[in-house]
Design a protein around this ligand. Sequence first.
Ligand code: GAP
Length: 429
Amino acid sequence: MEKVVALCKRRGFIFPAGEIYGGVAGLYDYGPYGVQLKRNLRDLWWRHMVELRDDVVGLESTIVMHPQTWVASGHVDNFVDPLRQCEGTCKKRWRADQVEGERCPQCGGPLGATRQFNLMFKTHLGPVADDSSVAYLRPETAQGMFVDFKSVLNSMRVRVPFGIAQQGRAFRNEITPGNFIFRLREFELMEVEFFVKPGDDDRWFEYWRTERMRWYVEELGIAAGRLRFHDHPPESLSHYSKQTTDIEYLFPFGWGELEGIADRTDFDLKTHQEHSGQDLSYLDPETNERYLPWVIEPAVGADRILITTLLDAYDEDQVKGETRVVLRLHRNTAPVQVAVMPLSKKEELIGPAREVLAQLRPHFRVEYDQTGGNIGKRYRRQDEIGTPFCVTIDFETGTDHSVTIRERDSMEQVRVPLAELVDTLRARF
Ligand code: GAP
């Protein structure tokens, strides 16, 4: 983990937020390569969860939702973690379920009694900050799909079973954020609420478990041996869940949740129907039955996928007696797909290199590097950011109209005619 954190900072993936002021626990900024990688991961998720399916539609709801939403959803009462504070010298706050005994793990002082701490960030709507104006930053995007359920139903030609997908910021005032971007206070959620007929939930729960595991292995290229299912025992289920399975990844600190798949029953639609007084039922056009659909929810944080991807891709090998750091990122998600470099800064190479860049740009995410100096060093830099291919323009290019493609993982180099460059690279993506 330390190596990946250092690489993220050194190579412009992720920086601690507000670092010049000393940083803030649980808040991180994405640098140029990080933001591109995150965007690619989000796009890949959206492509498979929405665009390539005909039973899921998209939604973007607000971050500050109607305050009543969180009363109805149970978050005001139940979205809490047990907290114990050190009453000794350090005054540190701990999650009660993460400390053993009666003593502070840091300074050995006595721990105070357990109290419930609500994880939602509070704010106020309008200029008067009193109890009547309290609002919350959403801790999940899911509620947007429930409160807009009827609007989607009435405006789209959707039929159960169907899903509503959303990506967007979520906020949780975690007591103990940590493990880099694993547990954040502000993060990006990607969720589908998949509405099914009551009684069909077990079948769809099974479907989404399988599909999501397949996605990680086949589409993202995560090592199958580092992934597993973890079924929640009944006593640890959320207040809305009949059954929940986590897809876990073997992080450096042990197995941890990557994604949760939950059977939310009709809890949410039912509670919003009760609190709003609006009919949220679905009329089945074939059977004329009216019912509240049940919901299967695959939910994952984009940041959580990103750290998994980086850890899974990080590798070191030996090249000519030196350690090479290489991110073996999936070719389709790497922030830079092809780096174009003239062998030297000489004018006779820069012109053709720029032409190659223009030729490739419409097809791939490209980066141009003419910093000069040692080509080996420039390859190493691209290896560290996970660039699958480098294309080098050298002194032969002017006469043989060819360039060298160097592959990241094997470091193999092949000579390719310029006229075939785009097709040759395309075939590899
Ligand atoms: N709507 C259901 C829900 O939000 P969750 O298990 O609390 O369920 C879903 O969160 C996913 O969001 C997790 O599996 C994880 O990928 C991500 N996630 C949750 N809390 C997070 C945090 N504090 N920082 C980063 N990602 C988080």
